[in-house]
Design a protein around this ligand. Structure first.
Ligand code: SF4
Ligand code: SF4
Ligand code: SF4
Length: 361
């Protein structure tokens, strides 16, 4: 029997949103919405194509996916429950539209809830704002607290920008309010950055190394999954990260927008040159075996060309930890390595030295 995989299908259900974050990648004007019928058509194609032993994680993403309303989710969960395979679901939401009608639907259907919060109130409110311009920290943090009081876990993604990387201690301490929640970091990358939102040179490394030291010395450490993964990877403990640092994310992720167009992940939605095809028009077989997915899956082949920026990856001492990083954070996903290569090298070096002091060879 073939080994099972966990495949994540990220449905960008709508490009609309109730907020107006400064670093939002969604187009501000064109608001699309996935119909239930199109969702069902797409899911059934995927369900019919992949071997039954593969597990699915259906991720409701946006924009703001709660804009889809309770009727969509009632029907979607009923459809997922009919699949003969193991199907898990996740919603990545800003939480501000979660109410007493919607929440029971997600809880009863074991849907994992994730949100975004960028550190302290000052850090968060610099970028994550209402359309009126006011900060959302107070309301988002209150909703995370309310979920936790009801025993509903909520994962947190922290976007690392110039608003928070300069104060790693404040960032770490601000997350203590949510001790027990799973926290992951997502460094901001924008091909053009006219407003200077990205961490400057070395800023990411300085932030990660100081936070790592705080975390490692903490008697009640936060659940920082990226630090856990890097530590385990450097210790040679098998882990299976499927996103950044895996070098093979194309084997596990598909992002699907409201029109049915398929992309490698949410970061590429709208990049027509990187579309695998449209699941409302063609089969799941054609999408999965598209030349674009094939090319991206072999992006590290470019490393054989000495003139390629990727050529330094195979001989890099941290290749097993990094695999060229995230292709969505490269100026060219097929020809360049992660923009934060130098920061990651500094961070990995720091963690390795730290581990060498406490773990015998
Ligand atoms: S919550 Fe997400 S989709 Fe909405 S404006 Fe902010 S970044 Fe964009
Ligand atoms: S491109 Fe980057 S963000 Fe997207 S799935 Fe791959 S590693 Fe993750
Ligand atoms: S740290 Fe840099 S050189 Fe090393 S594998 Fe990652 S991207 Fe390549």
């Amino acid at each position: 029997m073939a080994a099972s995989r966990q495949l994540s299908f990220l449905f960008v259900c709508t490009s609309g949103c109730n907020l107006a974050c400064r670093y939002c990648y969604m187009p501000p004007t064109e608001h699309t919405m996935l119909s239930y019928d199109d969702f069902a058509t797409i899911f059934e194609k995927l369900d019919g194509f992949f071997p039954p032993e593969d597990e699915f994680n259906v991720v409701f993403h946006g924009g703001e996916p709660l804009l889809m309303g309770s009727d969509f989710y009632q029907r979607a969960f009923a459809l997922l429950a009919k699949s003969p395979r193991r199907v898990h679901s996740t919603i990545q939401t800003n939480l501000l539209l979660m109410d007493d009608e919607l929440l029971p639907l997600f809880v009863e259907n074991d849907c994992t809830i994730g949100t975004s919060l960028d550190g302290s109130e000052t850090m968060h409110d610099r970028n994550r704002t209402y359309r009126s311009g006011g900060g959302t920290y107070h309301d988002v943090a209150e909703r995370i607290d309310a979920l936790r009081e009801r025993g509903v876990p909520c994962g947190i993604i922290v976007t690392l920008t110039n608003a928070n990387v300069g104060s790693p201690r404040e960032l770490y301490e601000s997350l203590r309010r949510f001790t027990g929640a799973t926290v992951s970091f997502s460094p901001m990358y924008l091909p053009d950055d006219p407003d200077g939102l990205m961490p400057g040179p070395g800023g990411l490394a300085a932030c990660l190394t100081e936070m790592y030291d705080l975390w490692a010395a903490d008697e009640h450490p936060l659940r920082l999954v990226d630090f856990e993964n890097v530590t385990n990877s450097l210790l040679g403990i098998a882990r299976n990260p499927r996103c950044t640092f895996s070098g093979r994310c194309t084997n596990f992720f598909l992002a699907i927008n409201a029109k049915g167009d398929v992309f490698p992940c949410c970061d590429f939605v709208g990049r027509e040159d990187l579309s695998y095809g449209n699941l409302l028009d063609v089969s799941a077989d054609e999408v999965w075996n598209s030349p674009v997915r094939e090319a991206l899956s072999h992006r590290l082949d470019a490393a054989k060309d000495p003139s390629s920026p990727l050529s330094s990856c195979p001989t890099c001492e941290f290749f097993d930890q990094c695999h060229g990083g995230c292709m969505a954070k490269a100026t060219s996903p097929l020809g360049n390595k992660d923009h934060y290569c130098a920061d990651y090298r500094r961070f990995f070096t720091h963690v390795r030295h730290r581990l060498a002091k406490v773990v015998p060879e």
